[in-house]
Write a protein of this length. Structure first.
Length: 162
């Protein structure tokens, strides 16, 4: 498994590009996902999207139930958020592509997401709390959005910390 180079910078073109759907579920895709998982874990991240490693594809990996009894790393390919809670929560976020930058971001407390696994099997998962925040954060990457875009929409009262 190769560790991939993480793309950085708020104005990095690959991080600002809407990603294309996965259409080929093959060994190259499996290798990419495996390498993304290794890269995320070695960088001590909770999630990593394909554009963060220079790949324009609707793919991300993340840790669910972080430090919990059922902690696991999964991949989500071609994810679609089907629904979300009415309740929101504001919490601090950071990003492997914006090292040293943190800000308070409003996210839905729960989301229902449909996605494919690396074999192309469609799944539906409802996630809550931190898991829901991670899904929304990584899904934003696939649309060319960064968490700082959401911070900037909030009042500029010291929400961004460097």
């Amino acid at each position: 498994m190769a560790k991939l180079k993480i793309q950085t910078g708020e104005n990095n073109a690959i991080l600002r590009t809407e990603c294309v759907p996965v259409v080929k579920f093959d060994k190259d895709l499996k290798k990419l996902v495996k390498d993304m998982k290794k890269t995320m874990l070695s960088a001590e991240g909770l999630g990593l999207a394909a554009p963060q490693v220079g790949v324009n594809m609707r793919v991300f990996v993340l840790i669910l139930d972080y430090k919990g009894e059922s902690e696991r790393v999964i991949e989500m390919l071609n994810p679609v958020i089907l629904s979300h809670s009415d309740e929101v929560e504001v919490a601090e976020e950071g990003c492997l592509s914006l090292p040293g930058l943190y800000g308070k971001v409003e996210r839905f407390l729960s989301v229902v997401v449909e996605f494919s696994d690396v074999s192309g099997t469609r799944q539906v998962l409802e996630v809550f709390g931190l898991d829901a925040r991670e899904v929304q954060h990584e899904n934003d990457h696939l649309d060319g959005k960064l968490f700082v875009d959401r911070v900037k929409k909030r009042e500029k009262s010291g929400d961004m910390v460097m």
